[in-house]
Ligand binder design. Structure first.
Ligand SMILES: Cc1cc2nc3c(=O)[nH]c(=O)nc-3n(C[C@H](O)[C@H](O)[C@H](O)COP(=O)(O)OP(=O)(O)OC[C@H]3O[C@@H](n4cnc5c(N)ncnc54)[C@H](O)[C@@H]3O)c2cc1C
Length: 258
């Protein structure tokens, strides 16, 4: 069984996250960059299965700037057998379509029985990459799983919706996306960090994947304008002088909230 886990480098959610107002890209200098937590949870799903099923090969795959190798390597320290890092200057500002095209081509090149992704990244928050990758690979996808069971020929799991839960299943090969409700990931230990230095780490370019980022025939989206979020205003304070209820009702009515 070969499991490819899609992991993304993101600005640390505990830090000060900013957009560059010149490029629209994440301002990587504004905060620490980390492996997205949802990617770590996806990797944990694969590693937990591999722990109990010898012969399982877990590969981490990321499309990220050249300087992100150390972040991708964390996946190896956690326990993945190998890593593939797609890095190419032509990928700066890649939209969802190009990202999915690149990831699907890299997954195809690596070979796979199962692809595990997060349902939503913490920076781009597009939430569609796993579905696009599944479509391009021509395999089924199970979305937003809160529990996963992998067998030799199939993957099944639980989807939680506002109305209840549903059990879903798909034959392999398949793509699944998981949510933050999945268990926390393991921490890399010293042995894992040392072992990671000797594990296969492949850097792949667009030429290796035979993809042209500027292909005029491909549908690509571009950023037209960028604006910073306006600072939050202080809000309205209602002091109770015996008439707070009335003032509150007036405030709600004025703001068309009732
Ligand atoms: C040089 C360079 C600069 C980049 N700069 C930015 C940037 O400034 N801001 C930004 O948001 N993105 C950036 N990216 C990454 C890329 O453009 C986005 O990953 C992509 O658009 C996906 O958007 P999303 O996070 O909204 O996807 P979502 O659909 O929200 O992601 C869901 C899941 O898909 C998988 N996934 C998504 N993206 C990747 C990826 N790149 N590699 C592996 N798995 C992935 C993960 O499992 C993730 O949990 C950059 C990439 C490169 C190579």
């Amino acid at each position: 069984m070969k499991i490819v886990v899609l992991v993304k480098e993101v600005p640390d959610t505990y830090g000060d996250r900013k957009l560059s107002l010149e490029t629209g890209l994440a301002d990587r200098g504004a905060s620490e960059t980390v492996l997205d937590e949802i990617g770590e949870r996806s990797l944990e799903v694969a590693l937990s299965f591999a722990d109990k099923h010898p012969g399982t090969e877990v590969v981490v795959l990321s499309m990220a700037p050249e300087g992100s190798a150390a972040t991708v390597r964390k996946g190896l320290a956690m326990g993945a057998a190998s890593a593939v890092h797609v890095a190419d200057p032509e990928l700066v500002g890649a939209d969802l379509g190009l990202t999915a095209e690149v990831l699907a081509a890299a997954v195809q090149r690596t070979g796979f029985d199962l692809v595990i992704a997060g349902n939503l990244s913490t920076d781009g928050t597009g939430g569609v990459i796993p579905a696009m990758v599944a479509e391009l690979l021509g395999v089924p996808q199970l979305t937003a799983l809160v529990a996963v069971e992998i067998t030799d020929g199939s993957v099944s799991g639980t989807r939680a919706t506002d109305a209840g839960t549903m059990q879903v299943s798909a034959p392999l090969p398949a793509v699944i996306s998981i949510t933050e409700a999945m268990p926390d990931a393991r921490f890399p230990n010293f042995k894992g960090i040392m072992a990671a230095k000797k594990k296969p780490f492949e850097t792949v370019t667009l030429a290796d994947l035979a993809i042209d980022a500027a292909d005029p025939a491909a549908a690509r989206s571009i950023v037209l304008a960028i604006a910073e979020k306006p600072p939050r205003s202080a809000g309205t304070k209602i002091v109770d002088e015996g008439d707070a209820g009335e003032k509150l009702a007036d405030f709600l009515a004025q703001n068309r909230l009732v």
